[in-house]
Design a protein around this ligand. Structure first.
Ligand code: FEO
Length: 395
């Protein structure tokens, strides 16, 4: 499958409806994904990125039906991660001398992955590549968005920004354009993608977007490397990114807990009651950590102004599922969020302290020392949880 995007620009990628896990098991892809590769056919023929390695034979076969591979003048590797570069080994077997344009870090990453000395051409921000017919590709380094090698490029004349991972989503759709798909699904996948992949780099996202906007270049299409192509009001996703990159939060308190015999769960419900007594506008959401997809949890935390994390004490510490989400939270470097801990215990009762320390190390402003309940909470303990909820709502 291929289709024309505009004039002489074609999509030649792969829609992966089956994908349910990405980055190993680290990212859930409930709606599949796409690996978008693009072919520009001007006086010079250019291939921008490829597709993930398992589809490399299919990709090269389909591409060779589109164009005599020998006629590809340039390959652009905007990003070395294997979901975009994974078909290069198969392709370069066929056209070993074709130049590959990438950043200096791109050469390191591509060599690191494939151990091949291909014909690399290093580019940096502002460098151009002439395609004939009055058109050029302009390169923009996107360092740490989200890898050191990440890069975007812009096609003059057609005003297409090939943004690679930025502005993408793990979202399979045969429609392939932002205006044709279900908008709720689309933006749900966009915010999940930002929350889970780009949050740690928010300061860089903000700086890079402002740098690109200052150039005042017309952008008619944003052709990402995952999910839909933005052709209807394409800068709407840029505006979303600016908002998400600036300590984004909604009026939401998220209560995340794991529980063994429902004691910590009952605490979560009592805390919710206390919050609701003070503030009926705030969106309080409760999630049983072990029963919820971890990337969906990160998305909910991203949207929150306060999170409360609960675990019973076990082995002098916390339940493993809680430890896992706390480890993920640490890597996200969330800003401008408050937090507190809670949990049941039978004898030693360290869980609230362990969670509090994790939250502090992860950059949260911790509201208090947390609340704990001995064994399964009685009415008095639950009343303490309600009071704790009121304090959270007032914080
Ligand atoms: Fe879609 Fe960073 O790879």
């Amino acid at each position: 499958m291929s289709f024309k995007i505009k004039n002489n620009v074609y999509w030649v990628g792969k829609i992966d409806w089956e994908l349910r896990k990405f980055h190993g098991d680290e990212y859930s892809t409930h709606r599949g994904s796409t690996y978008n590769s693009y072919l520009i056919r001007e006086e010079k023929n250019v291939l921008i990125d490829t597709v993930w390695m398992p589809f490399s034979k299919e990709f090269v076969k389909n591409l060779s039906k589109e164009i005599d591979l020998e006629k590809i003048d340039y390959i652009i590797a905007n990003h070395a991660e294997i979901d975009h570069s994974g078909s290069l080994p198969e392709l370069m077997e066929r056209i070993p001398n074709t130049p590959i344009y990438c950043t200096a870090n791109g050469v390191k990453s591509l060599k690191g992955h494939y151990h091949k000395d291909w014909n690399f051409k290093v580019v940096k921000t502002g460098d151009t590549l002439d395609l004939g017919n009055g058109k050029q590709l302009i390169f923009v380094e996107m360092r740490m968005l989200h890898w050191p090698d990440s890069m975007a490029c812009y096609l003059t004349g057609d005003n297409i920004l090939f943004s690679n991972d930025a502005f993408g989503q793990h979202y399979a759709s045969e429609y392939m354009y932002n205006d044709l798909v279900d908008q709720d699904e689309l933006f749900m996948e966009c915010i999940k993608y930002y929350a889970n992949i780009l949050t740690p780099f928010s300061a860089l996202v903000d700086k890079k977007i402002k740098e690109v906007l200052a150039l005042n270049i017309p952008i008619d299409i944003i052709a990402t490397s995952h999910g839909v192509i933005w052709r209807d009001n394409p800068t709407q996703i840029v505006e979303k990114y600016l908002s998400w990159a600036n300590d984004y939060q909604e009026n939401q308190i998220t209560i995340l807990y794991d529980t063994m015999w429902d004691g910590t769960k009952r605490m979560a419900e009592a805390i919710t009651k206390g919050i609701r007594e003070i503030d009926t506008n705030v969106n309080v959401k409760l999630y049983h950590i072990a029963k919820t997809d971890k990337n969906d949890l990160i998305t909910e935390i991203f949207k929150s102004r306060i999170i409360l994390v609960g675990s019973p004490t076990i082995g002098g510490g916390i339940l493993s599922g809680v430890a896992e989400i706390l480890e993920m939270i640490k890597g996200m470097r969330f800003k401008n969020k408050k937090a507190a801990s809670f949990g049941c215990y039978g004898w030693s009762g360290e869980s609230i302290k362990v969670i509090k320390e994790h939250l502090e190390k992860s950059g949260f402003s911790v509201i208090n020392d947390g609340v704990r309940a001995l064994w399964n909470p009685d009415d008095e303990s639950l009343e303490k949880c309600v009071a704790f909820g009121r304090e959270i709502a007032n914080s």
